[in-house]
Design a protein around this ligand. Structure first.
Ligand code: HEM
Length: 326
C-alpha cells in the first residue's frame, strides 16, 4: 500500500516537473498564433499603418519602445504599465519620459482583442509594431517569433539601471549590450535605428556647451556641426529637439552611418561607434558597399533583442489593457 502511494506521488511529481519544464523551455516561434489568432499580424500591420500614414514621426518612438521594453526585465510589455499611487513604473523613469506612441499600442491592442479576445500579449504587439514601423518607413521586414507573455512587475528604478544613457562610452555600451546577451555587432547594427527619429537638446547639450565642466565642446564632434546644433538648441533649452539623421530622419536607411562617420553622430553613444575596430569597420562597410548588409542584419539583431528574458508558457499573463496589470 505504502509503495503504491509512493509510486503515485512520484508520478505526480514527475508530471508536474514535466509541465513546468515544458512551460519554461517553450521558446518563441514564428506563427505562434497561427491557430489561436490567425489574423493578428494583419490586424497589427493595418492599424499601425493607419497611424503612421497620418503621423510618420511616430514610427521612431514606437521602435524605441520595444528596445526600452526588452532591456528592462526582458521583452514583457512592462514598459507599457502605468504608475500607480504605490508604484513608480518604468514609464515614469527619466529615459522613458520621451517615449511616445502609447496610443497606437492601445489602438492595436483594441483591434486585436476584437479579433481574438485574451490571446495576444502586449509584449508581442510591441515586437510586431516595431517590425512594421521600420518597414513602413521604407526599411526592411523580418519574421517576428511570438509567444511572449506579459509581466506583472514594472519598476522605474530598473529602467534607470538598465537603459544605456546617451553619454555612455564604447566600453560601457559594449558591457550594457553584453549583459543582455547581445554582441558588439548587435550594438552597431541596432544603433542604426537612429536613422529615424529625433533627440531632445537635453540629450546632447553637454557636448555642445559644457563637455568637461569648463564651457568646452566635445572634441569628437565636427566643429561645424557643433555650431549648427547650437543654433538649433540655445543653451538651457529643454523643449526643442533635432533630427538624429538630418534630412532623412523619417526614412529607414544606411544614412545614419554616414552621419556617424562624418563625426556628426548626435549622442556620445553614436560617436563612440568610431572608437572600436569592429564597429568602425562595420560603419565603413555600410557606407562603401553597393549592397550594404544593414537591412538583413537589422532583422537578425531585432529578433535577438526580442528574445531577451521573455516569459513564455504559463508565466506572466495576457494583459487585457496594456497599461494595467490584470
Ligand atoms: C546603443 C545605445 C542607445 C542609446 C544610448 C540610445 C539613446 C537614445 C536617446 C538619448 C534618444 C533621444 C531621446 C530624446 O531625447 O527624445 C534616442 C532616440 C531613439 N532611439 Fe536610441 N539609444 C540606443 C539604442 C537604441 C536602439 C537599440 C534602438 C532600437 C532598436 C533605438 C531606437 C531609437 C529611436 C528610434 C529613437 C528616436 C525616438 C523618437 O523619435 O522619439 N535606440 N536613443
Amino acid at each position: 500500500m505504502a509503495s503504491r502511494l509512493l509510486l503515485k506521488f512520484l508520478l505526480q511529481v514527475g508530471v508536474l516537473l514535466f509541465i513546468l519544464e515544458s512551460a519554461n523551455s517553450q521558446g518563441l516561434q514564428v506563427g505562434f498564433y497561427k491557430k489561436t489568432c490567425p489574423s493578428v499580424e494583419a490586424v497589427v500591420r493595418k492599424t499601425t499603418a493607419k497611424f503612421i500614414q497620418k503621423a510618420p514621426s511616430l514610427a521612431a518612438p514606437l521602435l524605441r519602445i520595444h528596445f526600452h521594453d526588452c532591456f528592462v526585465r526582458g521583452c514583457d510589455g512592462s514598459v507599457l504599465i502605468n504608475s500607480t499611487a504605490t508604484n513608480q513604473a518604468e514609464k515614469s523613469a527619466i529615459p522613458n519620459l520621451t517615449l511616445r506612441g502609447f496610443q497606437v499600442i492601445d489602438a492595436v491592442k483594441a483591434e486585436v482583442e476584437k479579433a481574438c479576445p485574451g490571446i495576444v500579449s502586449c509584449a508581442d504587439i510591441l515586437a510586431l509594431v516595431a517590425r512594421d514601423v521600420v518597414n513602413l518607413s521604407m526599411g526592411p521586414t523580418w519574421q517576428v517569433p511570438t509567444g511572449r507573455r506579459d509581466g506583472r512587475i514594472s519598476l522605474a528604478s530598473e529602467a534607470l539601471a538598465n537603459l544605456p544613457p546617451p553619454f555612455f562610452n564604447i566600453t560601457e555600451l559594449k558591457a550594457s549590450f553584453q549583459q543582455k546577451g547581445l554582441s558588439v555587432k548587435d550594438l552597431v547594427v541596432l544603433s542604426g535605428a537612429h536613422t529615424i527619429g529625433i533627440g531632445h537638446c537635453t540629450s546632447f547639450d553637454n557636448r555642445i556647451y559644457n563637455f568637461t565642466g569648463k564651457g568646452d565642446v566635445d572634441p569628437s564632434m565636427d566643429p561645424n556641426y557643433v555650431t549648427r546644433l547650437r543654433a538649433l538648441c540655445p543653451e538651457g533649452n529643454v523643449t526643442d529637439f533635432v533630427q538624429m539623421d538630418p534630412g532623412s530622419s523619417k526614412i529607414f536607411d544606411t544614412h545614419y552611418y554616414k552621419v556617424v562617420a562624418k563625426r556628426r553622430g548626435l549622442f556620445q553613444s553614436d560617436a563612440a561607434l568610431l572608437d572600436d575596430n569592429e564597429t568602425k569597420i562595420y560603419i565603413g562597410l555600410q557606407i562603401n558597399s553597393n549592397n550594404p548588409s544593414f537591412f538583413s542584419d537589422f532583422g537578425v539583431s531585432m529578433v535577438k533583442m526580442g528574445n531577451i528574458s521573455v516569459l513564455t508558457g504559463n508565466a506572466g499573463e495576457i494583459r487585457k489593457n496594456c497599461a494595467v496589470i490584470n
